[in-house]
Design a binder for this molecule. Sequence first.
Ligand SMILES: Cc1cc2nc3c(=O)[nH]c(=O)nc-3n(C[C@H](O)[C@H](O)[C@H](O)COP(=O)(O)O)c2cc1C
Ligand code: SF4
Length: 427
Amino acid sequence: MKNVGVDGSTTLKVYESRGGYVAARKALAMDTNAVVEEVKKANLRGRGGAGFPAGVKWGFLPKDRTTTLLCVNADESEPPTFCNRVLMEHDPHQLIEGTIIAAYATRSQVAYIYMRGEFHEQFHVLQKAIDEAYEAGYLGKKVLGTDYALECYIHRGAGAYVCGEETGLIESLEGKRGQPRIKPPFPAIEGLFRRPTVVNNVETLSCLPHIMERGADWFTGIGPPHSAGPKLFCVSGPVNKPGCYEAAMDITVRELIERDDMGGGMLSGRKVKAVFPGGLSMGVLTVDELDMKMDFEDPRNYSLLGLGTAAAVVVDDATDIRLVLRNVARFYGTESCGQCTQCREGTSWMQRIAQRIESGAGRMEDLDLLLETARNMGMMPGLSICGLSDGATYPIETIVKKFRPELEAAIRSQPAGQVEAVLQAAN
Ligand SMILES: Cc1cc2nc3c(=O)[nH]c(=O)nc-3n(C[C@H](O)[C@H](O)[C@H](O)COP(=O)(O)O)c2cc1C
Ligand code: SF4
């Protein structure tokens, strides 16, 4: 984020004056395989949610391909997540330079930036930067005066969460409904327009200029070996300074909330009750689990799905956990694309059960019903086409397991006859 907050940071002139496009020039003077090897050596893990190493993913492309397409995932649809937005809004040329390096390394002819529909401002900023890059010869028929040609387009989505999933994104880009594809084949073999395709996140690509300029050893020198390089973290909720902060991945959730140069602590009179540290889909932590490291490995020690988007939303002690449960369940109930029966039905069952509990008509058995529904969903047990349903179950499961005493107490204290009244009204 070195250019964030600098006057004129979105312009080519300022970007170049601060060392911009030197890395792309360096990369284009190298053999494409050497660029891939450098990125592998840096162990650049994808920042879009899954943490898959970028260089390894590029290595899955068929050796004898004639066409390759690059999709830049700028959908950023995970709740409380806005790292990509900051990068596009304040430093669009860094993303363009990263895109050029990735496209060159993967021998891509076209880069499509798939952007969330709600990003109006960011769209105009990025389009202006793309126009400048074309004019300066960084994009187009002869990139940096070489024989390498790269076209770059922004495609705006309509705002569906599932279009952030890479094959949902590809379908949407092809002009179809954003419904994820069954894999295999994976996009590297058969992706956009059935061509070998690479999908990478905005933040992942924004790391590339720095890796090329300073080298893989510099990158691996930051943070733990399995989670190398700088990372952006979002903090939102009742903290003094909600925002997007850059740090190495050995930072803890507690530091992110409390450090003066980050969240700045809780608002006066508020205390932490729960934190969703990786966007909603990774699950929840209790106040006793704030020493979790925000890296790619530690979240699993806390029954979470992973680091996700590293966007922490803090819930304070005045919040009824039933409201949180209902809010989370409503999101996934609305966003399931409906192709897989267990995801379509399961997310809406969970939504209705959570709604019942929140309305004060919960039954004790509803808690186990939520857990059983969650156990019967997901790509990991092999039941669904995409990971949305895993992401739907982790927050529900961890809320029910980690906050069960509070949920049980709330159900026990409901007015007599409430359950019967609500069930009767529903019938
Ligand atoms: C339901 C769902 C939504 C997703 N949304 C996004 C998103 O908004 N942005 C993103 O980069 N990745 C998202 N992903 C992950 C992508 O499928 C893919 O792993 C990622 O774009 C790859 O880029 P990376 O390797 O650079 O992280 C989502 C995945 C799922 C299952
Ligand atoms: S898991 Fe859910 S969101 Fe993903 S393809 Fe199946 S129904 Fe659609």
